[in-house]
Write a protein that binds this ligand. Sequence first.
Ligand code: FAD
Ligand code: NAD
Length: 471
Amino acid sequence: MSETGSNFDLIVIGSGPGGYVAAIRAAQLGLTVACVDKRESLGGTCLNIGCIPSKALLHSSELFARTGHDLAAHGILVEAPKLDLGAMMARKDKVVTILTKGIGFLFKKNKITHLVGSATITKPGEVSVTAADGTAAAYGATNILIATGSVTTPLPGLDIDEERIVTSTGALALSDVPGHMVVVGGGYIGLEMGSLWARLGARVTVVEFLDRILATMDGEIGAAMQEILEKQGLEFRLGTKVMAANARKDGVGLTLEPASGGKPESLDCDTVLVAVGRLPYTEGLGLEGAGVKLDDHGRIEVDDHYLTSVPGIYAIGDVIAGAMLAHKAEDEGLACAEILAGQSGHVNYGAIPGVVYTWPEAASVGQSEEELKAQGVDYKAGKFPFAANSRGRTTGDSDGFVKILADAGDDRILGAHIVGPDAGTMIAELGLAIEFDATAEDVARTCHAHPTLNEAVREAALAVDARAIHI
Ligand code: FAD
Ligand code: NAD
């Protein structure tokens, strides 16, 4: 190993939304910062193989499906669209390149040193970076921030080859539309990737272990999404587990079994997507040697200042506890950088939205009805359907609803859940409401422009007090 002699106030390991945002904020606050990533292309899972490529393809596939199915109703007659999957993938890659290069620009602007290589913490205050060609260099740091993210949870009996048996990474780069895709896991990735390939013409079967999909969201959201996606052609096998997969030249033979045990059955398909969750990634970091403690789930343990069990070593994002979401990682990155600069960074974990980018979208913030019931909280619910929202009718997007849960005593909004067109954008209003401790009455008294989808939010707030106007 060669000593470089470079010393930084902060070395960030991982350039995903947690790491790169922390690096920029720390540099803004006057710290000297280096950010190291194994990938040359900045942005981590989110920009390279996650949020961004998936949303680019979801948008393209939505345009394809709409052109094929929806235009005639508007009096627009076109030939059935033809798919150029190569061009669709090339567009997705271009979007990724533009955005990842954009982070490189922001690093230069903020004078952040970008190191490419695999980082190991050799001791508190020292990081060794090994480049792809095997050369290593050591760097000193007053503080080290671990933001190494997560990887796909493997499933015993399913050997991932990223061709026939794929993770989300393979599912974002298939060279042909599968005839039949089986998606294992009815969560975020399963529904987004399942929707994407179904829109492009695949038969899609979602196999889910539990008796409902989107288990981390409010129960009514999961039920409504299942009904809507079934109308779009997706098939669901709930309460079912995949025991084994046998990849052949011409496809994959799966063995399924009821989740509670019972008679196995076989299911043939062309492609299997494994989407049963993600695991924190800490391989090769040298945590044991450095004395950094992990919890029972393999996540790095931190206190409420993101400090690990070792002074001077911090961690944020997917590698610590909490929702594995890009904006959660970003917010922790901001808070941690501010704490390191002597400020009082803070994340309100009760106001982090979750969005599933199917169409319609599913979005939630705050607590679900099931969580409130389990805690014995006395709450009121207000619900308003998009079928009664004039803007939804004008665009033809009338599936879904807005549901607001408010404290029965003081009317504070405790949770909000939307299935509907652009739900991911709409939920921001209710996230802000929760952040400001607003009541349903506050939202109900706020003037909303007409005709907009967000009028459904106001109507749901009115419905909390049984006084919605348009239903
Ligand atoms: P990551 O983004 O995972 O970045 C970690 C980085 O650390 C990686 O670049 C890795 O190369 C690097 N690294 C790891 N170990 C080392 C080491 N030893 N040395 C050097 N570098 C190292 N979330 C959303 O909020 N919205 C979405 O729409 C969304 N869509 C998604 C779609 C898919 C298909 C997937 C897989 C995930 C999606 N997510 C989404 C989740 C989101 O990507 C993650 O929550 C987010 O990327 C976590 O950020 P992070 O900074 O913690 O880590
Ligand atoms: P997930 O936790 O969202 O869903 C996994 C699903 O798999 C669950 O419903 C679970 O019950 C099911 N499951 C587990 N074991 C199973 C088995 N053996 N057989 C059948 N089903 C099984 O996980 P994911 O979809 O893999 O996504 C990982 C994480 O990435 C998400 O939790 C989310 O944090 C993040 N992500 C976010 C977005 C977004 O924000 N739009 C998109 C993609 C991924």
